[in-house]
Design a binder for this molecule. Sequence first.
Ligand code: ZN
Length: 446
Amino acid sequence: MAPSATLAAGPAITITDPAPDSTVLVGARFRLGWSESAPSSAPIIGRNIVQYSGPVPENGNCAKASYAIAWTNTSANPPRRLPLSGLAAGTCYYWTVTLTDVNGVSASARSGYLLGAPAVDPGVSFTFPAAGAYGDGPPSSYTVTWSETAAAGVASRSVTEEAAPMAADRTCDRVSWAAARTFRPTGAWLAVGGLTGGTCYRYSVAIRDADGRSAASRSGPLLITTVPPTCAYGDVLTTFGAYADWSRTLLDPIYRLPSTYAPTDLVYTTGIYHVSGAFRIRSLAYTDLKALADAARAAGAAIDLTSTYRTYSQQKAIYDYYVSALGPTGGLLRAARPGHSEHQLGTTIDVKAYNGVSPSNYADWTVTKAGAWMRDNAWKYGWMMSYPKATSPATTCYQSEPWHYRYVGRTVAKAAHDAGLTLRETSGAAPSPRGPEAGQDPDLGR
Ligand SMILES: [Zn+2]
């Protein structure tokens, strides 16, 4: 069927910081901000930010500067704000932000100007969590960092921690801060532990130089939570994306792998009774795939595979197929965009009953013997159902897929099972703690 003849409204964007037609004098760091909207039937799936820079003209008017493209960045994270660093004194900047929706319809906006001001001495400025930006991650230890300028040398430092319960909308906006701890670090960094889930933290650093002059800076908020991000579409490189991070790599409609991610330790699924040997998985998952299949067979619920490792381009073909069959919105719920699929990890399997039909033929495959056995027992062998019925799509962002299991190892799977959490809630749920750095295109794999 052809799409509806009426053209859906596309995305809309307004840049708020720096506001159009304004010029803002800043130090080395700034948070680019914008507001965006799109109809729910055509979500935004891409954000491309371009930084333009040029030397400040003699008349000091950044509108008259001559600009060149400094970098482009497709990893706006979280959406609607981008921390910028390395802004240079005597340089004018502006940005364009282009949104693209699932239909390929785009909208662009251009910011006002920034003028990089000379560094002050002494000076101090947070690098993580950068002023105005969010840090975001699970309970863990974090290293708070800042940069210091002090020609006379830094004589003393004091860092104050404030804490506040997370706001209901999973942000640190308009929360009530209360002073928590004070530290006296000996360098321009501070390792903080003992952070509590569901809590916002922020830090203030004050330095004094050898001449008794002081400077201070406050960080952006650091949100500690295992609550997953709201379902949205983005193209942000996942934080824990190394091959060794297989058990905690978060992949969802926001977070993705580079197109070049292709494990080198793939092995064929041969030598497993009743299981086709035509598929490939990472070698580290082989032993527990065999244990899973053997246990299922012993329980009278023998399983076979329908899909395992997929390359980026294979996933692209699958996604394109579902979009052509179901339309863009249905395709997004049914299939991951290339780079966003757990199958690219090489640790994920789609399962069916041995000699059975495709589980997608059932309204709910877990009513079958094999489907029910997998749901109740796969975790014991290190395999987690990624998109369970009870939490899909609200928490997992995809339609329920009772046949799709990801290997995370027995320890992680047991912990997630015991806590009743999905992988999206337990895996490296955090956007990159450091955020994208200005001047770098994070998509080195492209
Ligand atoms: Zn799958």
